[in-house]
Design a binder for this molecule. Structure first.
Ligand code: SPV
Ligand code: MN
Length: 655
């Protein structure tokens, strides 16, 4: 049945391709198939028609297919990714592998730019990558001219956030990559019917993507012309000559940027955060947490801590409801997660999903005999010496020991290799996953990769101090973006890569967010750091210790624990952590480890605050509260140093 269907589709595609490629005038909305034209007409949305018409004329594809919410159409896209060679089937039913170009293994920050009128450039400060709007539009429209020649284009409609909800934002995706259209099907909610509910409104986002010319290995050829240009004026993003999901998928980080701008205007928040339900050890209570961590700093694994339930691992919208309660939804319905270190011990839920039959796209891992292999998948798994992997599109078949152009040995699976799957496939998916009302946000956690400054967990003094903690977040760089790993960078709210509004205004929107919220409903804000190292460079924390820090924070939300007041915020008492480690893992949490981990390193914090001050020095309109908090923290740290006569203050000294 499936096979017959597939051949019909292929036949239709090839026949039309020949007809449509004969005349350049044939491109554009008026030349869509009757069936597809009807699908678009049924939306009753003149702007959507105009957008589709215009960009098909510019990009000049060979054939266009419009996908609605029916299973038949969705199956078509899934099969198309395989027919066009963008994905290859693996042994396990439902599993496929996709490769991005050797040079397209992470987000390209340098070539991702915000289109800004030249007269407004200054207000965006020094940390947002902008380009003059006219110049940028000209450049990218030139690249897009004919960029889809000979290709099949997929037009899809999605909904960011649950459908039928005050959080919902409709999105139109035009792409010449079946992999992109397929990934979005796993990661987002179907939106064709939701689009009809717009009743002709122009209030939607749209994204035009082209992988550009492909090599014979089906990866983007002209990487030097990779561009990702964000246009807030029209709520649209153009992205060309790339396939890596963080660059190509409109609905992911491209839509996040548009949403941050929309949220600022409409007084809500669009954040780079997970949502998960933290359960007490006896399972008698659950509390929803949001968490912001820069890429590859344990965000997905925090959202997936065993015993808790997940709603999302990457992006949330947060709004205050009519009763003055802060609520959040996951704008996605799937996970595009880092596969490195997913193993039965550290990430049991994901490991189970990745080793069972279900619709999963692996990307940039090693494949041998139709099986996937990745870094850190478990000590007892032997990695075959030959296969194909992320280097194959450029350097040929994989063999252990292969080196790059500089003679450095390459890894068999890329450190930023990923998996794409639906959250519903996970046994720990939370029941509120699609709740159109969202869930009550009780706590927010900010975490970075910090080897020598902060403690594993602390609670900020209040909301505005917590906004400062988020704004002051730093992290050592990882492989999730191009460029050198291990460099300490500022990562305000783990969102810097996506903030497209002046930073001062962005922080102000965080401060304003709780204005309509009663004090008792203000989410508590915590800071975590899983990456603190001892003097020998060894991490204090085991990977799953994050469960303890979350449990303590959950208890703080409900007033279960007293805490120690320090200059930076509240830290746990030793006895409470002893109980939690014992209860969760049956291990003895040693006093010496507590003392080492939870000492306040005054000098290191002061250094950090100096860096922060410099970082924001040229930003306009920074809220006064920010500098107030900065000065308060400095003052408290210096007072404590003076009082206790030491730069590294043991938690036992604070009374
Ligand atoms: C991240 O890097 O923050 C991700 C993956 O979540 S990407 O889609 O590349 O943004
Ligand atoms: Mn992310």
């Amino acid at each position: 049945m499936y096979l017959i269907c597939f051949f019909c589709v292929l036949n239709e595609f090839t026949t039309n391709k020949v007809i449509m490629m004969t005349s350049e005038e044939c491109y554009g909305y008026e030349y869509l198939d009757e069936k597809d034209k009807e699908k678009i007409d049924a939306l009753n949305n003149p702007k959507a028609v105009k957008v589709i018409d215009r960009f098909l004329k510019i990009c000049k594809p060979a054939k266009v297919v419009v996908i609605d919410d029916t299973q038949e159409d969705i199956n078509y896209v899934r099969q198309l990714s395989i027919d066009l060679g963008e994905e290859i089937k693996l042994e396990m039913p439902g599993h496929t592998i996709h490769y991005d170009s050797y040079f397209d293994q992470a987000r390209d920050k340098g070539n991702t730019r915000l289109l800004v009128p030249v007269t407004e450039k200054e207000k965006y400060g020094t940390h947002i990558n902008t380009i003059d709007r006219d110049e940028g539009l000209k450049e990218i429209l030139d690249i897009m001219d004919g960029c889809m020649k000979g290709k099949l284009v997929v037009i899809r409609f999605f909904c960011l956030g649950p459908t039928n909800s005050r959080f919902s934002i409709s999105a139109l995706q035009i792409t010449d990559s079946a992999y992109v259209a397929h990934s979005e099907d796993i990661l987002y909610r179907k939106g064709y019917e939701q689009f009809k509910r717009l009743e002709g409104s122009e209030d939607f986002f749209y994204f035009v993507h082209s992988a550009g010319e492909l090599t014979e290995k089906n990866v983007t050829k002209n990487i030097e012309k990779r561009r990702i240009y964000i246009d807030l004026e029209e709520n649209r993003v153009f992205t060309v000559n790339n396939q890596y999901a963080g660059n190509s998928l409109g609905l992911k980080k491209l839509a996040l940027r548009l949403a941050i701008n929309k949220a600022l205007k409409e007084n809500w928040l669009a954040e780079h955060m997970f949502i998960s339900a933290v359960y007490t050890l006896d399972k008698s209570r659950k509390t929803y947490f949001l968490g912001a961590f820069p890429s590859a700093c344990g965000k997905t694994s925090t959202a997936m801590v065993p015993g808790n339930a997940i709603i999302g691992d990457d992006i949330v919208y947060m709004r205050v409801d009519k009763e003055g309660i802060p609520k959040a939804v996951n704008i996605e319905s799937g996970i595009f997660g880092i596969i490195k270190d997913v193993n039965p011990k550290d990430d049991p839920e994901i490991y189970k999903a990745l080793t069972s039959p279900c619709e999963t796209i692996f990307s940039n891992v090693q494949i041998t005999d139709e099986k996937p292999y990745w870094l850190g998948m478990g000590d007892d798994i032997e990695i075959p010496e030959i296969g194909i992997n992320w280097t194959s599109s450029y350097l040929g078949e994989w063999k252990t020991g292969k080196k790059d152009e500089k003679g450095n040995e390459l890894s068999f699976s890329h450190p930023n290799a990923r998996y794409t799957l639906r959250i519903e496939e996970l046994e720990n998916a939370d029941e509120a996953l699609h709740d159109p009302d969202g869930v009550k946000v009780s706590a927010i956690v900010y975490g970075g990769r910090d080897s020598n400054t902060s403690v594993p967990v602390y609670q900020s003094f209040n909301w505005s101090n917590g906004v400062f903690v988020g704004a002051a977040l730093e992290s050592e760089t990882t492989s999730a973006t191009l460029g050198q790993a291990g460099v300490r960078k500022h990562q305000p709210m783990a969102n810097l890569d996506f903030i497209v509004v002046p930073l001062g205004q962005y922080f102000q929107s965080h401060l304003n967010f709780v204005k309509e919220v009663k004090e008792e409903n203000h989410p508590l804000i915590f800071s975590t750091n899983y990456f603190l190292k001892d003097e020998n460079g060894k991490y204090y924390d085991e990977i799953l210790d994050k469960k303890i820090w979350l449990l303590w924070a959950e208890g703080r939300v409900h007033g279960d624990y007293d805490a120690i007041k320090t200059p930076i915020g509240y830290i746990p008492k030793y006895e409470d952590l002893v109980d939690l480690f014992k209860g969760a893992f049956d291990i003895d949490y040693e006093k010496s480890r507590y003392e080492a981990e939870f000492s306040i390193r005054v000098g290191k914090f002061l250094d950090k605050f100096d860096r922060i001050e410099k970082f924001y020095a040229n930003e306009k309109d920074m809220p006064e509260e920010f500098f107030f908090e900065l000065e308060e923290q400095r003052k408290k740290l210096l007072e404590a140093k003076e009082k206790y006569g030491t730069d590294t203050i043991s938690p036992f000294l604070f009374s």
